[in-house]
Ligand binder design. Structure first.
Ligand code: UDP
Length: 305
């Protein structure tokens, strides 16, 4: 679900490369894009179904895994698509769980570091309950994802569905949407166009960026494990957004000056995953450095621009 999105399309590609007999992507193409899976369509084992998962799902034949990667994920997107975000995170997740139940499939829920809100525990461990504002502008996403974890655990405890929960931290790479408003496409596009970098707040807020191939490797390892409790997947290399702007400038070889714009309300001040669980339970850790991942991402955005 969400198979034509940024993460979903990379996951489909990886599953096919791993030799999956068949991969079906279900996507309503609201924030996903058919172009993301264009290359996979020549592959007989791949199919794209254009469907909104807030309507019930039926699939012919056996299903081994259901991955729920469907949701707007950029703060700018989910502010506009507020009701769609709440509906896909609640009803959409339920429909995916019902499909997994009917097919006796493993269900993997893409949860998020937003479960921790504006975190007061740093780095964030899975046992931290978070500091989440239930009425702020991010609430539609955060609360939908919290509901998502709750309904997943319900289907596991009460209906016997085999479930996995991954808490995904900031991820970047090719196929992010150019205008999705997130910092990576935003800064890269600004650098390539020779525009000023729009730094929100004073730029001292931190994020930790994981390259998409590493992230997808974590998803596959988790799906194949027996781990039912949430697992953080992200790159623990933390930096300020001001530092990140300079890293993009260096990698892209361009961009104007830094211009400061107001910090959006509810913007978390710090974020860094504790990946002890991923390391010990899945044998996973990120391999791609920012110095390797940024050029690959910039090369993609050059083709888009
Ligand atoms: N940000 C920024 N300039 C931009 C876009 C984002 O300074 O043009 C900041 C934003 O305020 C946040 C960080 O970059 O602190 C990461 O934002 P993003 O939207 O990518 O994801 P978030 O981690 O906030 O969900």
């Amino acid at each position: 679900m969400g198979g034509a999105g940024f993460l979903g399309s990379h996951l489909c590609e990886r599953l096919l490369a791993d030799g999956a007999a068949s991969v079906v992507a279900i996507d309503n193409l609201v924030t996903g894009n058919e172009r993301n899976v264009e290359g996979l369509k020549t592959e007989g084992r791949f199919e794209l179904i254009k469907q909104d998962i807030t309507t019930p799902l039926t699939l012919a034949g056996p299903v081994d895994f259901v991955f729920n990667m469907a949701s707007p994920a950029s703060p700018k997107d989910y502010e506009v698509l507020w009701l769609e975000t709440l509906r896909v995170g609640s009803l959409g997740t339920q429909h995916g769980l019902e499909l997994a139940e009917a097919k006796k499939a493993v269900f993997l829920q893409a949860s998020t570091s937003e479960i921790y809100g504006d975190p007061l525990v740093h780095p964030q461990v899975e046992t931290y309950f978070g500091n989440v504002d239930s009425t702020g502008p991010r609430a539609v996403y955060d609360e939908a994802k919290r509901y998502g974890e709750a309904i997943v655990q319900g289907f596991r405890r009460k209906r016997g569905v085999a479930t996995r929960i991954v808490r995904i931290f900031n991820t970047y790479g090719p196929r992010m949407r150019l205008n999705d408003g997130r910092v990576v496409p935003q800064f890269v596009a600004q650098a390539l166009r020779g525009e000023d970098f729009t730094l929100y707040g004073d730029g001292s807020q931190t994020r930790s960026f994981c390259y998409v191939a590493d992230l997808v490797d974590g998803l596959v390892r988790l799906a194949l494990s027996n781990e039912q409790d949430p697992v953080n997947i992200g790159n623990p290399r933390e930096q300020t957004i001001a530092e990140f702007a300079e890293a993009v400038r260096k990698a892209a070889g361009g961009g104007g000056k830094i211009v400061f714009e107001p910090l959006p309300p509810g913007d978390p001040k710090q974020r860094k995953p504790d990946i002890t669980r991923a390391r010990t339970l899945l044998g996973w850790e990120p391999k791609v450095t920012l110095e390797q991942g940024l050029p690959a991402t910039i090369a993609y955005f050059r083709t888009v621009l």
